[in-house]
Design a protein around this ligand. Structure first.
Ligand code: ADP
Ligand code: MG
Length: 248
């Protein structure tokens, strides 16, 4: 499989505090990767750095996506290239409905106008797949949504935007078993429909049960300390992270 994302020796700081130290990680086209590690290991930082969040400064190394060096590109440019990040804590945006937000994002990213009728049809199908009540489309984005509904709204974006790489930051945390099942169905639909790649940040095996994991990476104190196949996920769940801890 050819490379989609190539991270080489990446170091990242925020507020002059070094958070990632020489991280290298490759994601092939059409593959599903899992990123695990203690709270505070730097998982969200890595996701945000790949997305190009302005809060984080790259102090060394590079990020290449689909053959282009994107290390210095804005988050908007990266989104247009097909990188998507679902936030650990999705933001509430009063005054913009979920439907308006999605249509706007789609048009911004594709650079094309979309007919309202086509958009509505697409939205309805995606919402049905996620067992979302259609009334959510006309509610303000995430305002008054439960934790589970916010996470479903993130997966809805994934299905609508069809990125090349989806980074899902603890999209499964705080979800009940049925919601986890629905979310993994949504992820599988994304994979089969688009052939896209995934970087799933999680603490649970539940979401991984119905997904075929190709590779697992363990992050500790801002460094990749172990890599392996799907079996590594279960090893971590059984034995914990401690023996992978970075020596620093
Ligand atoms: P994880 O997602 O693995 O739990 P994070 O990436 O959120 O970990 O955080 C890693 C470390 O970086 C933590 O110590 C956190 O406090 C710190 N950190 C994250 N973002 C910032 C920021 N914007 N400014 C300063 N420190 C940050
Ligand atoms: Mg995090």
């Amino acid at each position: 499989m050819s490379q989609l994302l190539t991270i080489t020796d990446l170091s990242v700081s925020a507020e002059d505090k070094p958070l990632l130290h020489g991280v290298s990680l490759n994601i092939e086209h059409g593959s599903t990767h899992v990123l695990m590690g203690h709270n505070g290991a730097g998982k969200s930082t890595l996701g945000l750095a790949i997305m190009g969040s302005p809060e984080y400064t790259v102090t060394g190394g590079k990020i290449e996506f689909d053959g282009a060096d994107i290390t210095n590109e804005s988050a908007y440019e990266r989104a247009k290239r097909g990188i998507f990040l679902s936030f650990q804590n999705p933001v509430e945006i009063p005054g913009i409905t979920l439907s308006e937000f999605l249509r706007n994002s789609l048009e911004q990213i594709s650079g094309k106008h979309m007919k309202l009728w086509d958009f509505k049809k697409m939205l309805k199908a995606a919402m049905e797949l996620l067992n979302m009540d259609s009334s959510y489309a006309d509610r303000d984005l995430n305002v008054g949504f439960s934790g589970g509904e916010k996470k479903k709204a993130e997966i809805l974006q994934l299905l609508m935007l069809e990125p090349k790489l989806a980074i899902l930051d603890e999209t499964d945390s705080g979800l009940d078993v049925d919601a986890v099942k629905t979310v993994s169905q949504g992820i599988n639909e994304y994979k089969s429909r688009t052939g896209g790649s995934l970087l799933i940040i999680t603490h649970n095996t539940k979401i991984l049960e119905s997904l075929a994991v190709d590779k697992t990476h363990i992050l500790s104190a801002g460094k990749i300390v172990s890599e392996g196949g799907a079996e590594l996920v279960y090893d971590v769940i059984e034995n914990g992270f401690d023996r992978y801890n970075s020596k620093e």
